[in-house]
Design a protein around this ligand. Structure first.
Ligand code: ADP
Length: 520
């Protein structure tokens, strides 16, 4: 049987569209082809595809035979259609009205929904006719096959978009992950080398890709876990793939230095359970190591700080207790004074430790009042001068300083800590100067000494818990690394700042300053 002419044409058109669908044409081109052919088939003069966008708006995605100025008027009208849903026919009426309104001169319109089995309503295909009779049922049937093709094209394009979005998202996650990520094939050839690992090792991705994992990530001093090759020799990932494979050790950097890391490996199988990729996650342990080291130094420093007063107390007490000795009044008094002082010292140390843990949990209580800061500075300086005749402690603050709003006991603690540090870290005979100045909102107090000073690279770290500078440790100056941490917590709880600078004019020594808000 011969096919009627329009059937032949329809078949040819559809064939051409399928070819376009499977070729690499983009969605707009495929839709354009569909519109053009649908219009030709139906003796139409214009056609358009409107799609429901992810945000629910109905937009013209492609058109045929409609001049741009008219399209520009159609789109805002489409925007006004509320909740299109599947109301294609309602839309059809609207479109006719719109077309007339904009002077398109189109009289007949036929529309069909773009739908795919089991998928949501994608949009609709419209064909307009200027002359000729109304669209017949046959016309609709013909149009349906075009609408179906358009639906497939739209659906594929959306899937593809989704896929490339997922892919670029995954790439971004990989690229910006804080951990180093290396993806290799089953033969350990590197395929992906992200920014973090490139920075960590100082090796550009372009040099690493294509080379073997073991050549680029050279592991030394293995401390724990199993290296990848070793594990594979034992049957990984088929054997024991369930427990994560990891290795801890040092990686060799391009510049010859080592960096302490933990690497974990995950296998990626294809559907046939064949290993296709191994993903290595490289976690930099430097910070953890540094924290561990800091804690160890802290514990030894604290034990030392605790031991000294306890030894003194014990020594004086057992001397006093000796049965064979008769002590005169003055000696007994002096011994008891030392015992009391050392007990106070112990209490202070324990208070500091408690404060540090309070500061860490943020449960620091303040009782702020309007405070005369110059008066406080003078009092604290006097007290220190009495205890420390070795240094000259000068309170250089104007008695007309504005009042601050602060907790007196806590600010005394900050001042004492800065002055005692200045004493500890500067030579006898040197000068410690405490000065103050006011800005419109704050009062700034500075404690300057002529001591060992602070290396520029250590300035930020000084205020961390337990941190002690290399110079301090090397000199054997006792301390716990808590004072500045606490001072910072106290000052910040008041809404102020604390910082350190070099002395002016390149003089040796350190200048610590803190600010407090002025009282209203
Ligand atoms: P510490 O008990 O060790 O003195 P701090 O927290 O008070 O603890 O100080 C932290 C570190 O800051 C000190 O170990 C020291 O290295 C450095 N530091 C503090 N004050 C001074 C100063 N005035 N001059 C030089 N270094 C200082």
């Amino acid at each position: 049987m011969m096919l009627p002419d329009y059937r032949v044409r329809q078949r040819d058109y559809l064939l051409e569209i399928s070819r376009a669908l499977t070729s690499r044409l983009n969605l707009n081109e495929v839709l354009r082809l569909i519109l053009q052919q649908a219009a030709e088939m139906l003796n139409g003069h214009a056609a358009l595809v409107a799609l429901v966008e992810p945000d629910g708006r109905y937009t013209i995605r492609q058109s045929y035979g409609i001049p741009q100025p008219i399209l520009d008027q159609l789109q805002p009208m489409l925007n006004q259609l509320e909740d299109v849903g599947e109301a294609v026919t309602a839309l059809e009426r609207n479109l006719i009205a719109i077309a007339r309104a904009v002077g398109l001169g189109l009289w007949q319109v036929v529309s069909l929904p773009l739908k795919i089995e089991g998928e949501e309503f994608l949009g609709a295909l419209y064909v307009f006719r200027v002359r000729g009779g109304a669209f017949s049922r046959d016309d609709r049937r013909v149009l349906q096959s075009f609408a179906d093709q358009a639906a497939i094209a739209v659906h594929n394009a959306r899937l593809y978009e989704q896929l490339s979005y997922e892919k670029s998202r995954l790439n971004a996650i990989l690229e910006f992950s804080a951990d180093g990520v290396v993806i290799m094939d089953a033969a350990h050839r590197i395929q992906i080398f992200n920014r973090a690992i490139s920075n960590l090792l100082g090796i550009p991705a372009s040099e690493a890709i294509g080379r073997k994992f073991e050549e680029v990530l050279v592991l030394q001093h293995k401390r724990a876990g199993i290296a990848l090759e070793e594990a594979e020799a034992q049957g990984w990932p088929l054997v024991s793939a369930s427990s994560p494979l990891f290795v801890e050790g040092d990686l060799l950097r391009r510049n010859g230095s080592l960096v302490s890391v933990e690497i974990s490996f995950a296998p990626l199988f294809n559907r046939e359970r064949k290993l296709i990729n191994i993903i290595a996650d490289v976690h930099d342990l430097t910070r953890i190591r540094a924290a561990e080291e800091m804690k160890a130094t802290f514990i030894s420093a604290v034990s030392h700080e605790l031991k000294t007063p306890v030894a003194l107390i014990k020594g004086y007490a057992s001397t006093l207790r000796r049965a064979d000795a008769q002590w005169d009044e003055a000696t007994v008094r002096e011994s008891l004074r030392v015992i009391e002082e050392e007990a106070d010292h112990l209490t202070e140390l324990i208070e500091n430790l408690l404060d540090a843990s309070r500061a860490q949990t943020g449960s620091f209580k303040l009782a702020p009042v309007e405070l005369d800061i110059d008066d406080l500075v003078v009092r604290v300086a006097k007290k220190f001068q009495a205890q420390t005749p070795t240094h000259r402690i000068i309170a250089d603050v104007s008695p007309t300083m504005p009042l601050v709003f602060a907790d007196e006991a806590r600010i005394t603690q900050v001042l004492s800590n800065l002055i005692s540090n200045a004493v500890k870290y500067s030579p006898p005979g040197s000068e410690i100067r405490i000065s103050g100045r006011a800005t419109p909102k704050e009062v700034i107090i500075t404690v300057a000494d002529q001591g060992i000073g602070i290396a520029p690279e250590e300035r930020d770290k000084l205020f961390e818990r337990f941190y002690r500078s290399e110079r301090a440790v090397r000199r054997g100056t006792p301390g716990t690394g808590l004072g500045l941490y606490l001072s910072k917590a106290i000052v910040e709880a008041h809404g102020g700042r604390i910082w350190v600078e070099d002395n002016e004019d390149g003089q040796p020594g350190a200048r610590f300053s803190f600010s407090l808000p002025r009282a209203h």
